[in-house]
Design a binder for this molecule. Structure first.
Ligand code: TMP
Length: 208
């Protein structure tokens, strides 16, 4: 099937079900005949996957060190995977992108938001999603959804960190909704999985 290509990103706190919904959309698009790839951040390239393992399992990076590792993974992914796919008329679904950095390193860790915007722009080569799908979840649910052994560096962060991350996402949504065209779809992540998948597909289909 030919149509427009779209760059669609799933965002949200840890344990919100992003990966499940990203996979569901990927399968739906494939079934409907749209060329599409599914990738993730940090990750999606050999270097990015190594950085992912480091970031998730080895606490100890300073907030600034952490920021640059995420940005390095992003620069690699954009140039090696996302841009080439879009140029070949293949849509891209990505599990997290620039809004994660604003929410986690900006609001969560307290790094300068203006600097993060500029670094995000650089690392992403100016590419921004056609649609960000935010699976919004109260921080308490993160603890309920993942138990001790499943928790990585970020899941195990204190609840007020996750609260700030959530506020960081909602701030980005409200900044954009004051503009004419918003690139956000905000969904309550506690809703049933199938209902979420259906609403996501209804929003994405007209973009293709
Ligand atoms: P996840 O892909 O399993 O959600 O794990 C990725 C973790 O990395 C998650 O806790 C969010 C965090 N993260 C950041 O802190 N900043 C970023 O820019 C990105 C992409 C992820």
């Amino acid at each position: 099937m030919t149509g427009a290509v779209a760059f669609i990103v799933f965002e949200g706190g840890d344990g919100a079900g992003k990966s499940t919904q990203a996979r569901a959309l990927f399968r739906q698009m494939q079934r409907s005949g749209y060329p599409v790839i599914l990738t993730r951040e940090p990750g999606g390239t050999p270097l990015g996957e190594s950085l992912r393992r480091l970031l998730k399992n080895r606490p100890g990076a300073t907030p600034m060190g952490e920021l640059f590792l995420f940005l390095a993974a992003r620069a690699q992914l954009v140039q090696q995977v996302i841009q080439p796919a879009l140029q070949k008329q293949t849509s891209v679904i990505c599990d997290r992108f620039t809004a994660s950095t604003v929410a986690y390193q900006g609001y969560g860790r307290g790094l300068d938001l203006l600097a993060i915007d500029q670094l995000n722009l650089l690392a992403s080569s100016g590419l921004s999603p056609d649609l960000n799908i935010l699976l919004d979840l109260p921080p308490q649910s993160i603890f309920d959804r993942k138990t001790g052994a499943q928790r990585d560096t970020f899941d195990a962060a204190p609840q007020d960190f996750h609260q700030r991350v959530r506020e960081g996402y909602l701030a980005q949504v409200s900044q954009e909704s004051s503009q004419d065209s918003s690139h956000w779809l905000v969904l309550d992540a506690t809703r049933p999985r199938r209902a979420l998948a259906l609403e996501i597909w209804q929003k994405v289909r007209p973009l293709l």
